[in-house]
Write a protein that binds this ligand. Structure first.
Ligand code: DAH
Length: 339
């Protein structure tokens, strides 16, 4: 028995010293130290030894178990060190690591547009759409804008060789919506608009607007005022003051420009011009009827209001931006502030 124990110890130490893989290491552990392993079996056999032989055998068994366990642990350690060295082979730990990039986010202008759309949707507005490349009829004539109006000048508008143009405002969508659906109408339309402007701190040649149109029986200036007041108070805070100044647009009569001031803004005592609006001019309904070939927009029966504002300008006021170009330069140091 004592000799067998010595032999087992020698065998285990040799085997464990030569282990090459995690699997071999585990196999050796089971074979020598496991519950059915060699040491356990010898322990079992101790019961059949003569009484006087047992103390010596027991002592030896303990010594061997300690030695084999130690051999196992040193093999495990050696093996772990080797696995780590293997994983690091060929890796230059002095090189800079791969940066973990922060998650992206929507552009601040998109975030603002989404907010604006949400507010109008709560008031029952649907989304309407129209093409960026449109024609003079939808951009000017149907909107009661005469041929000699400065907005139609070649210096102000991008014309294509075929006579079409890049829309100078999203008001085109008013016409396109009325052409395709009879009253009642209650839509907003965010989208790009284009002007031959010199790009500077407050102008871009391509920018974004949000257009609104409501046509129904009995629509009044009070509805227009209430709607826009609610909208701007949602955006700029409940203490926002909104003022309607008489103005002129060819497609509305009467027309207004809307100013606001809000204590939530720096320099909150200044009136800021923010939006154009008015009651749809009956001449516009007439043009739409002509284009539809019916009398769906009967000016005796229906009235409507329309409004339009620039999203960049709204963003500049809300985010207190000094330069509109920040919104198109894609500088992550700027954009990263609006995640
Ligand atoms: N289209 C105008 C612009 O680009 C804005 C505007 C003014 C839109 C009055 C409207 C409106 O719908 O009724 O400056």
């Amino acid at each position: 028995m004592l000799a067998e124990l010595d032999q087992l110890r020698a065998q285990a130490e040799t085997d464990l010293a030569g282990v090459q893989s995690a699997l071999e290491l585990d196999t050796a552990r089971v074979r020598f130290l496991g519950r059915q392993g060699a040491l356990a079996q010898l322990g079992e056999r101790m019961k059949s030894l003569a009484k006087e032989e047992r103390p010596a055998a027991g002592k030896k068994l303990n010594e061997v178990r300690t030695a084999v366990t130690a051999a196992f642990e040193s093999a495990a350690q050696r093996f772990a060190a080797r696995a780590e060295a293997g994983a690091l082979a060929g890796v230059d730990v002095t090189l800079p690591g791969t940066p973990v990039l922060p998650a992206g986010a929507l552009h601040p202008l998109t975030q603002l547009q989404d907010r604006a759309v949400q507010i109008f949707r709560r008031m029952g507005f649907a989304l309407a759409d129209g093409p960026d490349v449109d024609d003079e009829f939808h951009c000017f004539d149907a909107l009661n804008t005469p041929p000699d109006h400065p907005a139609r000048n070649e210096q102000d508008t991008f014309y294509l060789p075929d006579g079409r143009l890049l829309r100078t405002h999203t008001s085109t969508v008013q016409i396109r919506t009325m052409e395709t659906q009879p009253p009642p109408v209650r839509v907003i339309s965010p989208g790009a608009a284009y002007r031959r402007d010199e790009v500077d701190a407050t102008h871009l040649a391509q920018f974004n607007q949000m257009e609104g149109l409501v046509v129904d029986e009995g629509v009044t200036v009070a509805d227009l005022k209430g709607t826009l007041e609610f909208f701007f108070r949602e955006l700029f805070g409940a203490k926002t003051a909104v003022r309607f100044r008489p103005h002129f647009f060819p497609f509305t009569e009467p027309s207004f420009e809307v100013d606001l001031k809000s204590p939530a803004l720096r320099g909150g005592e200044r009136w800021l011009e923010i939006c154009g609006c008015g009651m749809v001019d009956p001449a516009v309904f007439q043009r739409v009827n002509g284009s539809r070939g019916d009398q769906a927009y009967d000016a005796e029966k229906y009235t409507g209001y329309a409004f339009g504002f620039g999203l960049e300008r709204l963003a500049m006021i809300l985010l207190e931006l000094p330069d509109i170009r920040l919104l198109i330069e894609n500088d992550v140091r700027f954009l990263g502030q609006f995640r």
